[in-house]
Design a protein around this ligand. Sequence first.
Ligand SMILES: Cc1cc2nc3c(=O)[nH]c(=O)nc-3n(C[C@H](O)[C@H](O)[C@H](O)COP(=O)(O)OP(=O)(O)OC[C@H]3O[C@@H](n4cnc5c(N)ncnc54)[C@H](O)[C@@H]3O)c2cc1C
Length: 426
Amino acid sequence: MKPKNSYDVIVIGGGPAGSSASALLSEQGHRVLLLEREKFPRYHIGESLLPFTYQPLERLGLIGRMKKSAFVKKYSVQFVSPSGRASLPFYFFNRYDRESIAQTWQVLRSEFDQMLLDNTRAKGTEVKEEITVKELLRDGERVIGVRTVSKDGETKDYHATITLDCSGKEAFSTVRNGWRVPDPYLNKIAVWTYYKGAKRDAGVDEGATTVAYVPEKGWFWYIPQHNDMISVGVVAEGKYLTRGGVKAPEEIFKREIEENLWIKEHLSHGLSTGNYYLTSEYSYHAKHCATEGLLLVGDAFAFLDPVFSSGVMLALKSGVMAADAVHQAFVTQDFSPEIFSNYAATLRQGVENMRKLVYAFYNPDFSFGRVIKKYPDAAGEITDCLSGDVNKDFSQLWKWVSEFVPLPDDLPVGQPLTHSEELAKA
Ligand SMILES: Cc1cc2nc3c(=O)[nH]c(=O)nc-3n(C[C@H](O)[C@H](O)[C@H](O)COP(=O)(O)OP(=O)(O)OC[C@H]3O[C@@H](n4cnc5c(N)ncnc54)[C@H](O)[C@@H]3O)c2cc1C
């Protein structure tokens, strides 16, 4: 007999990874329980989408809703030097169809994530909010469910054939399994705020993401949203941003505005909302993507520095891939961790391609312009990577870029932890 509170799949977390994986599994007829700590709509950072969110959003049946939404349309990304000089924008429509993939959005995550959660509920997922997962339940090495606590302090156990950890940067089971591998170089902090009425470009450039350099130290994001709001933040090493003992996010932010003329000028037209946020920005990777009864999805698997806005795309993409792999496991009744090897390899390839571009970006000797001047074909390749086509073969681009700056080797992480490895460890 099945234990009480028993499901096919438990999903921890209702962000883009959890909502997308659960929606597609429910659509396939599986009994899915999604447990979310917060009450939606809830605030979340990560507002700029990439063109390659199009395919997962299409699988989820949400493109029509996105097109009708108030979210600002984004067609490009541009880079601005400390002196205020803007690069030519990387327009996605130079590479992709303008009416579909090449047009993406700047979203308010409270609204976007609510739409995704409503979507999975509508497809049959049982969603429980304000329930925090506290523990993974195990039978030997196998994960068989979760122990939760509600807002009122009530503890309850839920069981499932497989549990998907979609807990985001908290990386619930990555941390508990001792699987967290920090990225050696990408160890920044971010300070950000919102401005009303600040300057935005006209026409097709209205929704462009701007990445503005802080000399040799870091960068600003400048993201135009609807309701006349701008999301603006600075990312750099903590030691640099807190130099001279400055600790308050507002003071840090205001000092850094002076470091980039474009940001200073654009913000001078608007009013600060007065709310400032700070987070550590340490990129990390999970040593394994899965073990018996457990699969990691989205930020819970890997978190990469957000300079190229790849997080939501990778969360949605991994959510779709996880749903397909788990559905296949139910079809074949094979739940061994090995079946997630392709999932791991594809996701890691995507993360590694983005990671190479992020490493290049942080090297003071790198500039997109210099690479493109020597190799004009690199412009298209760079646009593809910036669009999120991360599973494309970029070996030619990396050859070109590594003539200018060294690129990191792929990290040997991500494959499932198999039973024989566990036995060998014991
Ligand atoms: C400063 C900054 C800027 C960023 N900018 C961008 C950007 O411009 N574009 C972009 O694409 N990405 C950006 N990102 C990354 C983006 O925020 C994430 O990649 C994305 O939200 C990952 O989605 P997810 O579903 O994996 O996790 P999340 O969106 O974090 O969702 C995880 C959910 O799990 C819930 N949860 C966690 N623990 C538990 C628990 N124990 N029990 C129950 N529920 C739990 C949380 O409440 C949350 O709702 C940025 C990140 C940072 C830090």
